[in-house]
Design a protein around this ligand. Structure first.
Ligand SMILES: C[C@@H](CNC(N)=O)C(=O)O
Ligand SMILES: [Zn+2]
Ligand SMILES: [Zn+2]
Ligand SMILES: [Zn+2]
Length: 515
């Protein structure tokens, strides 16, 4: 059995005026939903930790009571894929670590996993320290980090080990696109996957064929296609699916656990499903955007509207994509969800006016993810509340080795809890969202189901719908390698993955050249 998550409980920076009132909570009469079952139970919280789950609880006086009658009591969401305060394509995202985590809490997400992205040639450790400095004093909820491997060298290999051993990193993202910026070639990917396997880390990939994209961009611009529609035309879904397949083959050759971030198309989703059926350890992460909207927006006559949807891989013009990906997610062909929340204002997007390759890539999602999945997954009848918890929280906690500290409602777990009101109706709009960006790609979508209360480490951060996020309240969550959920499977496969030579009888007779 590999090492379990050994992350220490961080010292909470709770403002004085919040310390006494918030440390004892009793949630009564709700339906407690975990990723593996539902029970009618009360939940008692003290000092940020779940102390009791059951009925007829005996609790100290002075606890705040929340009546969850008719509501679900679910683990706080875990968004596995955000980019806050990211310097990218000549600018920096509109959401920083405060506004982005405030928006996360508003939507029921209590932990995010962001990405350290070193520039080519930069020390990974140095970049990691930069991200920690940016985030630590700003985050309103807990966060963990993936580290991107944007170049390859013996130093990078060494720093990957140091990050896993000393800095709480257990996942690395390799880019197969963004040629000349972050892209790795197949040999580098092969070696990076081998390194991840040695360290007990999860290998993530941005799966698109960056070489094809570069050539297509040249052709499109030369043909005078400069608008956002050129973005999708330069990288149609087969360019994503090819890279997903190639990443799976490479990972399988070294028996490294693989994680496909932002699955954006039916064909990419099908590749993941087929490879999983073949027994490969691969996980697929569709995102709020690919589950709830499509790429027809790139052909909108309003440039601003079309450009707001530019991200990589792009949203797909096939409008059956969201439904199809939700079906794959419901039946565990795809396993969990993130958002790739990477926001740029209209003014920032205008950097690409006249040349779509210069439109900063990224969209919103961190606030809307859970309500959109409830609306399009649960209300639609595709999945039940336990599967909803699995794909919005539990599976992420298990893959990134935070479980059961995060991702479940159990005695000893962090008190990251959402009182989910299935009747709460809300229409998404930039006019009311908590992100700092001026556009919302889900504008006008009405969701039935949303958070009435959001409790983060025992503190009520959304109170009857009112967001009370506190800057700096969140903490960095170190994650340990060799997550059992992932590496128990890898270990079993390793047994049949041995490279064994054939022992042959007799000596080899030299054949004289008779020419
Ligand atoms: C740079 C980052 C966010 N932008 C995007 N997906 O378009 C990513 O590629 O995941
Ligand atoms: Zn990416
Ligand atoms: Zn418009
Ligand atoms: Zn991303």
């Amino acid at each position: 059995m590999a090492a379990r998550a050994q992350s220490t409980t961080p010292v909470r920076k709770v403002p004085i005026h919040l310390q006494s009132a918030q440390n004892r909570l009793l949630i009564k009469n709700g339906k407690v939903v975990n990723g593996d079952g539902i029970q009618d139970a009360d939940v008692y919280i003290e000092e940020g930790i779940i102390k009791q789950v059951g009925n007829n609880l005996i609790v100290p006086g002075g606890s705040r009571l929340i009546d969850a009658r008719g509501k679900y009591v679910i683990p706080g969401g875990i968004d596995t894929h955000t980019h806050l305060q990211l310097p990218f394509m000549g600018t920096t995202t509109a959401d920083d670590f405060y506004t982005g985590t405030r928006a996360a809490l508003a939507g029921g997400t209590t932990t995010i996993i962001d990405f350290v992205i070193p520039s080519k040639g930069q020390s990974l450790i140095e970049a990691y320290k930069q991200w920690r400095e940016r985030a630590d004093e700003k985050v309103a909820c807990d966060y963990a980090l993936h580290v991107a491997v944007t170049w390859w060298s013996p130093e990078v290999q060494q720093e990957m080990e140091e990050l896993c051993r000393d800095h709480g990193i257990n996942s690395f993202k390799m880019f197969m696109a963004y040629k000349d910026l972050w892209q790795l070639d197949d040999t580098e990917l092969f070696e990076a996957f081998e390194r991840c396997k040695q360290l007990g880390a999860v290998a993530q990939v941005h799966a698109e064929n960056g070489d094809i994209i570069k050539e297509n961009c040249k052709k499109l611009l030369a043909a005078g296609v400069t608008g956002p529609e050129g973005h999708e035309m330069s990288r149609p879904e087969e360019v994503e699916a090819e890279a997903v397949n190639r990443a799976c083959v490479l990972a399988n050759q070294v028996n490294c656990p693989l994680y496909i971030v932002h699955v954006m198309s039916k064909s990419a989703g099908e590749v993941v499903a087929e490879k999983r059926r073949q027994g490969i350890v691969v996980y697929g992460e569709p995102i709020a955007a690919s589950l709830a909207t499509d790429g027809k927006h790139y052909w909108n006559s309003c440039w601003r509207h079309a450009a707001a949807h530019v991200m990589g891989p792009p949203l797909r013009p096939d409008s059956t994509t969201p439904d199809y990906l939700m079906d794959l997610l419901a039946n565990d062909d795809l396993q969990l969800t993130g958002t790739d929340h990477c926001t740029f204002s209209s003014a920032q997007k205008e950097m690409g006016k006249g040349d779509f390759t210069k439109i900063p890539n990224g969209v919103n999602g961190v606030e809307e993810r859970m309500s959109l999945i409830w609306e399009k997954g649960v209300v639609s009848g595709k999945m039940d509340p336990t599967r909803f918890v699995a794909v919005t929280s539990m599976n992420a906690a298990k893959i990134f080795n935070m479980y059961p500290k995060k991702g479940c409602i159990a005695v000893g777990s962090d008190a990251d809890i959402v009182i989910w009101d299935p009747k709460l109706e809300h229409t998404i709009s930039a006019a009311t969202h908590h992100s700092a960006v001026d556009f919302n790609i889900f504008e006008g979508i009405t969701c039935r189901g949303g958070p009435e209360y959001v409790i983060a480490n025992g503190r009520v951060t959304v109170d009857e719908g009112q967001v009370k996020a506190v800057q700096g309240y969140g903490s960095f969550i170190p994650t340990s390698p060799f997550a059992p959920f992932v590496y128990d499977a890898v270990t079993e496969r390793e047994k049949v993955h041995q490279l064994i030579k054939v022992e042959r009888e007799g000596r080899i007779v030299a054949v004289r050249n008779t020419m």
